[in-house]
Design a protein around this ligand. Sequence first.
Ligand code: XUL
Ligand code: MN
Length: 346
Amino acid sequence: MAKAHSYKFCFGPWNISEGQDPYGPPVRQPQTFDWKLAQLKKHGFDAMMFHDDDAVPNLDGKSAKQIAKEARELKKRLDGLGIAAEMVAPRLWFHPNTIDGAYTSNDPKCRAYAIERSKVCIDIAHELDTDLIVLWLAREGSYIRESKNARRCVDYLVEAFDKMLGYDKSIRLSIEPKPNEPMDHAYIPTIGHALAIAQLTRDPKRVGCLIESAHAILAGLDPADEIDFACAFGKLWSLHLNDQNGLKYDQDRPFGCTNLRSAFDQIRALERNGYGKRGEYVCFDVHPFRTTKEEHWLDHLTNSRRTFLRLLEKVRSFDEKSAQALVADRNYQALDQMVIEHLMGK
Ligand code: XUL
Ligand code: MN
């Protein structure tokens, strides 16, 4: 294991959500952005992650000058509170121009919109002093295979990434794969796909990835193995820890909620790769259960952080020497029970 280090934590304004789902309206009154910011530091978090329009609301109707001014004002407020901006992500799934995809839309005008919007996102990131652009490619996929040419869509994606990399030589793109939802199938469903497409771009060194536990599980993969795989390439630049109960809609459950052992294994993978030592954050992309009352509105975040820190102790106190002796003896039955006993405690 690498030498012990401490972790920095992060969440996004959308993680204090109001409880709407496809079948029902919000059940909590929206909180102000200022309130969300104030909670962050108070509860042991260090950074906030942003969609471009979390940072500058309604940006499609605003001039470049106005956007820069609002982003600079936000940066001042963040500085005043001692909060860093971890990343900025272009929201490429809301506007009418993104109905049939953004970078991979069949309509050239819509593809051009997506690229322009991504450049605005980069400008905002610049003002907020982060070089990390996260790309959750929400609508880059299809509902039916015949509607798009998947081969051409790879070219469109590379073209869009190249335009962003060329627009600002200091940014890094961190692709957040997800296999489905809202699409039937996404074109970049796993970390393997993200790192493969990075190689086709003009500057592969500046294209990495972000792993979300729930997204890996939805792809039928083990999040801990995905972490090790990305780290083997030095490409894990951000992380959305949460949990997911099987192959359903994206649940964004609190970290460790469904599978404590998997959460333990994810932290073990982070530890052995020294994740966080180069300034990377542990972000929790979690949502409250719809039943959550307003007075308990932050519990899914504070509990995820608490579970992470408790499991980190478990990882660091795991008897590696005995575990390795069992591995050498190929006694995985005993190793399995050893992990279970360790997690249960005495
Ligand atoms: C969607 C998701 C997003 C991204 C940021 O499933 O995880 O919230 O993390 O755009
Ligand atoms: Mn996410």
